[in-house]
Ligand binder design. Structure first.
Ligand SMILES: [Zn+2]
Length: 235
């Protein structure tokens, strides 16, 4: 199953950006999790048999530290130890998006899940849950909000060369929400790439494409956008 659906790039990013910081993994726990991932999900297996001693040697950890890391990863739900015997451990790995601790916030709300737009997103009953890439009319609503100007460089942008840009890129789990999509020119869309939007705006300023006042206004607009203050008119 996992080898068909696993996206190694996404998995790595979920691990680095969400799972490890959210679970507060130590360097040793991260090393152990990566080692186990390498021998399970990355090669298309959900379960793996491993010997703590061999793993510890490979990672340059003491056996005690390696064992402790496995126990803690089990407690955190990052994996499940199914069997433990003389030949080693049999464990089942969990994909980052399936780990309860990172899917649920303190009060049981799907805080991280919503932020990353992973599986389990709320139903699109309101503007907050609406996927604005879904239909032509919804995409147009985002363009209309921009009134024909590129969100970043403020240039007038003809409809034929307008793009919808993810402020937080999709590879960083940016959602197709009105809080994360802006109308931009193709050049900005391409040049921004996966960079954080404030960095890109500062680059435009350094290149003389934005005045200091425009830069300030754009940085404020970014905050307003994320705060849900820039609502498009729903079709
Ligand atoms: Zn632009």
């Amino acid at each position: 199953m996992p080898n068909k659906t696993l996206n190694a790039k996404l998995l790595w990013m979920q691990f680095e950006d969400v799972l490890a910081p959210r679970l507060g993994l130590t360097v040793k726990e991260r090393a152990v999790y990566c080692y186990l991932l390498r021998h399970s999900l990355v090669v298309g297996k959900l379960r793996l048999q491993f010997a703590v001693m061999a793993m510890a040697r490979t990672l340059g950890l003491s056996i005690g530290a390696a064992r402790h890391a496995v126990r803690r990863l089990d407690e955190l739900g990052a994996l499940r130890v199914l069997k433990r015997n003389k030949t080693g451990h049999l464990a089942e790995m969990r994909l980052p998006e399936k780990i309860r601790a990172i899917r649920q916030g303190k009060h049981g709300a799907f805080v991280i899940t919503q932020a990353v737009g992973a599986a389990g997103a709320p139903p699109a009953a309101t503007i907050e849950g609406t996927d604005f890439l879904k239909t032509w009319a919804l995409r147009k609503a985002i363009h209309d909000r921009g009134r024909g100007a590129c969100f970043y460089c403020l240039r007038r942008t003809p409809a034929s060369v307008q793009c919808l840009d993810h402020v937080v890129p999709r590879v960083r789990f940016g959602r197709n929400s009105y809080r994360n999509l802006v109308s931009s020119c193709m050049e900005c869309n391409t040049r921004k790439g996966d960079r954080p939007a404030p960095d890109f705006l500062r680059t435009l300023y350094r290149l003389g494409r934005l005045t200091p006042a425009e830069l300030d206004a754009r940085l404020r607009a970014l905050k307003d956008l994320a705060a849900g203050k820039l609502r498009p008119l729903l079709p």
